[in-house]
Design a protein around this ligand. Sequence first.
Ligand SMILES: [Zn+2]
Length: 198
Amino acid sequence: MHVKPGVLELYIGPMKSGKTLAAIHRVEGLNYRDDVDFIFVKPKLDVREVGVTSRFGARQYDPVVADHEHPGCLYELLRPWHRVVVIDELQFFGEGIVPVIRQLLVGGMNIIGAGLDTNFRGEPFGYMPHLVGLASEVQKHTSVCEVAGCNTDAPLTQRLIDGQPAPYDSPEILVGDAEEGYEPRCIRHHEVPMLEPS
Ligand SMILES: [Zn+2]
């Protein structure tokens, strides 16, 4: 388990591709070191779960909830003794996340991020492409297409509204809509009605 000061490591991919677990696995070893403190951050938008339990250990990772619309809040969440920060659902962080990440890296922080690289349209999600550019290490994870009988490698995330593919003009981030669902899809089965062929 190495701490890499000033290095951004990213785990990206669609839903259910094990990104968060990979990030947790990356820092699991830090639990056995007394000399390294880390913090686990997730955006307040993501309320699906309160704690994140690692498959690799019994430790509960209690996330600190950040206001993703104001990424500058990360400065206040971090303490001088934190040497590593894990940020989950990085795609939800809004304008300002790129300079904040950059500043933290300049300050010597080791940042480990997990997030969706593409939105439901199959296009770059938020500032993820910029963050990929700042990263030293990027691991793309994939899932398995959930269309019956397919079982092909799934690099994309399908949004469903009332069981139907969400149209292209649906907002990038939907909040509090109980009827929406997401599943990993292969490229052949990824459907975005109204998508203009280019
Ligand atoms: Zn498929």
